[in-house]
Structure formats: C-alpha cells, structure tokens
Design a protein around this ligand. Structure first.
Ligand code: MG
Length: 308
C-alpha cells in the first residue's frame, strides 16, 4: 500500500476510500483575514466564500481565478443555497439572514425575534421544504473584528427555523454558542456544532445531533467530540459521513459518530464545502487561506455533485 500523504490522518480504513491516497492539499486563494461561508455554485462552476472582516464575498473558479463577488457584504458569514439555487447568507453587521434574488437585489428573510434584534446569524441551511434553519450566536457583536460590538438583545443564543410561510421559531435554545449546522442526506437528522469553548474552556467542543420531525427537533445528545479546537462549519457527504471543521483540519465521522480520519490543514479551519466541476473536490476555508483537496465521495447537497 502506498504511504498516505502527510495531510491525511487515517483512523479507519474506510477513510482511505473517501480521500484519494495521492491527493494533494492545494492553496487556491490566500491573503484574507478570516475566511468562512464556502458554497459551491455548480451552475456557474465557481466557489463563493466570505472574508468576514473585509466585508467581502469572494468568487473563485478554476478557469477565471479569483474576483470580488460582493463588496460591502455587511460582515457576511455563512452561505448556502435554497431550493431554487438562490444564495442565502448570514450578515453579522445587519444581524440578519438575507437572500440574493435573481436580479441581484437582497431580501431580508429574518432580522428580529419576538420584537428584538437577532444576535449575529452565523450559519444557515435550507431544507428541501424551503424552510431556512440558522444559528444565532453572538460572535458578530462581541467585538469589531467580524462585526460591530453591540449588546445582545436576545436572552439566548438560539437555533432558528424560518418556515416557508415566514414564521420564525426558536427550535433549540440551550446552546452556549451554536455555530455550524447541516442535515444528513435524508434530512432526518440535523447536526449542530457547539463552539462555546471559544470563550469558556469549560464548554465541551461537541457536535450535537437532533432528530428532525417536521418543523421541530428532538435532542439526541452528543454525536461527536472535537479533540482539537472547536467545531464550526460542517457538511455531510452522500453516504451520511459528517465532515467538520476543527483547529487541526477537517474531521470526518461516520453516521454513528466514529472518527474515520482527518484532513490536516496548517491553519485553523472555519468551514468547508463539497463541489468542483465533477463534484469531487472539498473546499476548506482556513483563517487567511482557502484550500482544495480531492475527495472520492460527493456532497449531500445536490448542487455540489458536479456535472458527471
Ligand atoms: Mg460558523
């Protein structure tokens, strides 16, 4: 068997089938302040990602390289796409969740709960019924680094669900700092990361698992613990494995929470997504850099699977 490249750490033989043994970890963009919110746009063969402190959303493609997609992003953080392919993002500055319409205009989907401003929406996913699920920790109002320092108006750091009818409800209310979130491929499970150890070392760095029952969630406890740093953004592949950000790279867990292996990245990882023209790339936002690595599995999100 060929030796594994130094950026791969194998904990289970199954991991060697998910990442190619001669793959490389390539830098595709660098020189940013804090990258986050990667999302693949297969219809345009490009990656979008946020550089939160510079208030930009960047665009990268294999053929056209790097460009600015949006200036003055309002400290945009997490991004996803809805069932119609529209970009949905979380803005720390405006403390809202916005959708980019086909004509390029922005439509605010949620900015208040029970009459009070949200903290600073962080990451977002859209389920196939069109509901928008997002986390609302306080990172964007704690300092002026990735937002504006402001006192919180909410009494908790909630996970919200915006129904297709426009009703906003708090579906989980007991996180210290909810952060990344992602659905299993069948949407029966929602994984949510707890990143509260960023400011309180006594908070466990865990990914929690919730059973999805229509518009409500049932807590199924801790899915996995992150042993280096804390979990931030996450994505599932089509087999139901969960890929989570961590301080030392990307950790891959099987659907039962067993650690299969790690992609070791030399900078703290904030988030990741699947994509690429053939759907076999993973893009990793890590502090000042964005990395790309070949993966031999497709992402669960249909628009990331490429064109064959
Ligand atoms: Mg995040």
């Amino acid at each position: 068997m060929k030796p594994m490249p130094p950026h791969l750490e194998i904990h289970d033989d199954r991991f060697a089938t998910l990442v190619h043994p001669v793959s490389t970890l390539d830098v595709i963009a660098e020189g940013f302040t804090w990258t986050e919110g990667p999302v693949w746009c297969g219809d345009h063969d490009c990656l979008l990602f946020s550089d939160i402190p510079s208030q930009r959303i960047m665009r990268w493609s294999d053929t056209e390289g790097l460009s600015v997609y949006r200036e003055g992003s309002g400290f945009n953080n997490g991004n996803t796409r809805d069932t119609q392919g529209r970009l949905v993002g979380c803005r720390h500055g405006a403390r809202d969740v916005v959708r980019t319409e086909a004509d390029g205009s922005l439509r605010v989907l949620a900015d208040r709960f029970q009459g009070k401003r949200l903290n600073s929406p962080n990451d977002v996913v859209v389920s196939s019924d069109g509901a928008v699920w997002f986390t609302d920790p306080t990172y964007g109002i704690l300092s002026n680094f990735e937002g504006r320092r402001r006192p919180p108006e909410q009494s908790a750091r909630n996970v919200f669900r915006l129904s297709p009818d426009g009703d906003l409800g708090a579906v989980v209310t007991d996180f210290v700092q909810p952060n990344g979130l992602c659905f299993s491929p069948d949407e029966k499970t929602l994984y949510i990361s707890e990143s509260g150890s960023s400011h309180d070392a006594s908070v466990p760095s865990v990914i929690r698992r919730f059973a999805v029952d229509g518009g409500t969630l049932r807590d199924e406890g801790v899915f996995a613990e992150i042993d280096r740093g804390l979990p931030d953004g996450m994505r599932c592949d089509v087999m139901g494995n969960l890929w989570s950000s961590a301080a030392d790279g990307v950790h891959c867990f099987d659907p039962e929470g067993g650690l299969l292996g790690k992609i070791l990245v030399p900078r703290v990882v904030s988030n990741l997504c699947f994509g690429g023209r053939d759907g076999h790339r993973m893009f990793i936002t890590a502090t000042s850099h964005v990395y790309r690595v070949f993966v031999d599995v497709h992402g669960a999100e249909p628009w990331t699977r490429g064109r064959g």
